[in-house]
Design a protein around this ligand. Structure first.
Ligand SMILES: [Zn+2]
Length: 46
């Protein structure tokens, strides 16, 4: 499980990846709906 931070709204959310390969993976922000790259917005591993 990873903790991600949205670059647009700054909200943090958990991300449970099905694969350890996160390159080019994108996540949709649950708060503002923006898609962002997972690898560039990891806060920490939880
Ligand atoms: Zn957001």
């Amino acid at each position: 499980m990873l903790l991600l931070k949205c670059p647009k709204c700054g909200q943090k959310m958990k991300y449970n990846s099905a694969t350890p390969i996160l390159t080019k993976k994108r996540k949709r922000c649950v708060y503002c709906g923006r898609f962002f790259k997972v690898t560039e917005n990891i806060v920490k591993k939880v």
